[in-house]
Design a protein around this ligand. Sequence first.
Ligand SMILES: Cc1cc2nc3c(=O)[nH]c(=O)nc-3n(C[C@H](O)[C@H](O)[C@H](O)COP(=O)(O)OP(=O)(O)OC[C@H]3O[C@@H](n4cnc5c(N)ncnc54)[C@H](O)[C@@H]3O)c2cc1C
Length: 516
Amino acid sequence: MASLEPLDSEYDVIVVGGALSGAATATLLLRQNPGIRVLIVEKSEKFGRKVGEATVEVSGYFLGRTLGLMQYLNEKHLCKQGLRFWFANERVESIDQASEIGPRYLARLPSYQVDRAELDEEVLRRAVDAGAVLLRPATVSSIRLNSGGMQEVEVKTGEGRRELRARWVVDASGLASLLARKEGWWKSNNDHPTASAWARWRNVKDWDGRELIDKFPEWAAAHCGTRGTATNHVIGDGWWSWWIPLKGGDVSVGVVFDQRLVNFPQEGSVGDRLRAFLECHPVAKELLEHAEYVSEDVHWRRNLAYQSEVFAGDGFALVGDAAAFMDPFYSPGMDWISFTAFRTADLITRQRAGEDGAMLAEKHNEDFKLSLTRWFDALYRDKYHYLGEYDLLDLAFQMDLGFYYWGVVREVFAHQDRGFLTAPFTHPAAGPVAAIMRIYNRRFAAIAARRRRLGQLGRMNDRQRHLIPGFTPAPGEIKKMIPLFFAWARLELAEGWKSWGREAGEPIKQEELTAP
Ligand SMILES: Cc1cc2nc3c(=O)[nH]c(=O)nc-3n(C[C@H](O)[C@H](O)[C@H](O)COP(=O)(O)OP(=O)(O)OC[C@H]3O[C@@H](n4cnc5c(N)ncnc54)[C@H](O)[C@@H]3O)c2cc1C
């Protein structure tokens, strides 16, 4: 796909990277600014499959309604049925004995399991239909920023190099994070040393199919919805894996682990190591029995978490992974794309309408910095210490989900697209919520650290099943969180007080990280 229009040397906006975050930003800009000249420069000739395949409620809204892809998503991708979690301990020999957490019924709000090779192509095609000029394959080799002036962009194509100029550059280059790395803003999050290995697989067993129904009839009957189109998480101490089905039958399966807690196998190909690691868990072993990974589609990445220290200035902005990546647990990547793309389009639109660019950028930076800091502290800091514990994750998942519905999902559904102008955790009421979330997440981490020291991890990881009724964006739903706070209090009285010396906010000590 390439635009047929001849290339000018000057544009209003040049977008670096035409995948989801770049093409979405271009679409919003074109919608809000009739006649704006937008050039998208995309390196690849064709998008391949990538991670980022599960939407959640907010990214589902953004894709379905804001970008208008609902019918396309329903036709070409899979409707997602929430998140499910599977645990094990030494007493678990088969899938029916594994503890399970998941929704009781099918999802109430739309979300999807998407094949990104297909989806990103479609979003880009629509951006071009809306008027963007596409240069592809072409690589942006350098960007010279001029605050308040014209940005200079050097582009390499098969025909050589070209100097282009634009009033704004939007960096949507993903992990390459072109601007942040070049300007020295890129920072790895060393408090969160996660790594990941993943692949697309064929012949993974059908969670809802006859083979498992015949083998484990009571297990199959225990849930009356469908398990297979959820994002299933097979979980262990310090790690989790995602099982995301794609339209057509392939399944995306990958592991994310905290490098402080998990020794990933060192020998052999990444695909074989991934299989060997997963097969230690009885649920994964069952599902992979006849499966093989697609050998040309196996990937590995270390130190996943990073962010840019700057998100915008007078003449540029960073969106999606080019701006930051935190953690894939709960699939927030496309939520982040939704907020950064929407705010960036709004920033440029308002500056074009005469507002002060420097002031808009200052607010943009302030909001996204605050958002990321609170988001990480509230949700992910030290989470891998306890996510392998059925009872702790059960409680944390419900509380995290309740606050997500109350603070983020409700905001978007109540204000429609304008909900994307308030980055997560930046609403005036978000400070106390972030503080409460940080406290319970750190408390659960401390409780798990103590269990690990005593060799007591995983006591409830067999033969438990919690099928959760779930939340809706209705304002009264916050009441459903009251029993969860009582459950937390009971946990503290029964066991938590024994780790009170290791208070919330205190970093986990090194000796807590190693098993006894
Ligand atoms: C292990 C893991 C699991 C994940 N799971 C999920 C999930 O379930 N759900 C979710 O929402 N998110 C998930 N994510 C996050 C998600 O993958 C990303 O947030 C998302 O893909 C980022 O999209 P993007 O458009 O910002 O960047 P990308 O998709 O990386 O696109 C960047 C584009 O820029 C182009 N480009 C790069 N450099 C140049 C250049 N110099 N010139 C021109 N073009 C260039 C590239 O070719 C590419 O097309 C996961 C991430 C990881 C690491």
